[in-house]
Design a protein around this ligand. Structure first.
Ligand SMILES: Nc1ncnc2c1ncn2[C@@H]1O[C@H](COP(=O)(O)OP(=O)(O)OP(=O)(O)O)[C@@H](O)[C@H]1O
Ligand SMILES: [Mg+2]
Length: 252
């Protein structure tokens, strides 16, 4: 079954004469339970795709469907229960004056879900944090713990699709590995589908079964992760991206 279907999605952003095309007929689909990577240079449109799928942007042409249902026909309360997003910077996604309790409670309150205490405690346990963390504030947490809270909040409504935009790029390498392993484990345990943006091909290799390479708002190639090891991409830009990433890994 197809969890995420993106079909000929195009969007221009900016006002009036400054409006410019950002995505050009982007098409891909992600099977239920699969993790699909989006890579490509800065400004190629990776986050814009996630923002279209997350309905943070609406002025796109084309079709997007989640679990077979057109997103434009899905009421927003239902959509929030199906699709959630995790951002790069957990400082940005958690309000500094809000306790973790308030941050986790908000989606439950808005969606009128019951059993707040049990759900919040379980959400923290699911991401490897002690339920005592409910009392804490974001500045009392490490970067890795903050990102775990952001993941707990994204999962608290039990969505089937998670959109992850560079979820570990702001973290130290060792903490990054812990959070990536947590995400892999959660995907299996909860049967989640991931759309995973990263500039780091080693991370995508670890996290995704397939990936799309983007350049200037277009997908230039969709490939299996095994192509990252052989380097045998058909598109010249994709080949170059893989080659330079291998050289970089060997240099560090
Ligand atoms: N609201 C906006 N108005 C105008 N242009 C925008 C807007 N949002 C994004 N852009 C432009 O769209 C292009 C794609 O941006 P996007 O954030 O999707 O890139 P990205 O691939 O995620 O890059 P990065 O790897 O740096 O995060 C960029 O040129 C950016 O400047
Ligand atoms: Mg981005």
């Amino acid at each position: 079954m197809t969890a995420i279907q993106v079909e000929n999605v195009s969007i221009s952003l900016g006002l009036g004469a400054r409006s410019k095309p950002i995505l050009d007929r982007v098409t891909f689909s992600v099977e239920k339970g699969e993790s699909f990577g989006l890579v490509g240079e800065s400004g190629s449109g990776k986050s814009t795709i996630l923002r279209c799928v997350a309905r943070l942007l609406n002025a796109w042409d084309g079709n997007i469907a989640i679990n077979g249902r057109n997103v434009r026909d899905t009421p927003s309360h239902e959509y929030c229960r199906a699709v959630q997003m995790v951002f790069q910077d957990p400082y940005g996604s958690l309000h500094p004056r809000q306790s973790i309790r308030t941050a986790l409670q908000e989606p439950l309150r808005i969606q009128r879900v019951d059993m707040h205490q049990e759900r919040m405690e379980q959400a923290l346990i699911d991401v490897g944090l002690n339920p005592d963390f409910l009392q804490r504030y974001p500045h009392e947490l490490s970067g890795g713990q903050r990102q775990r809270v952001a993941i707990a909040r994204a999962l608290i409504l039990e969505p089937s699709v998670l959109l992850l935009d560079e979820p570990t790029s702001a973290l130290d390498v060792s903490v990054q590995a812990e959070v990536l392993n947590l995400l892999s484990e959660l995907r299996v345990r909860k049967g989640l589908t991931y759309l995973f943006v990263s500039h780091d091909l080693a991370v995508v290799d670890h996290m995704c079964e397939r990936l799309a390479v983007m350049q200037h708002g277009r997908i230039v190639e969709i490939m299996d992760r095994t192509v990252l090891a052989t380097g045998e991409a058909s598109d010249p830009y994709a080949r170059e991206l893989i080659r330079s990433s291998v050289e970089y890994d060997q240099a560090v």
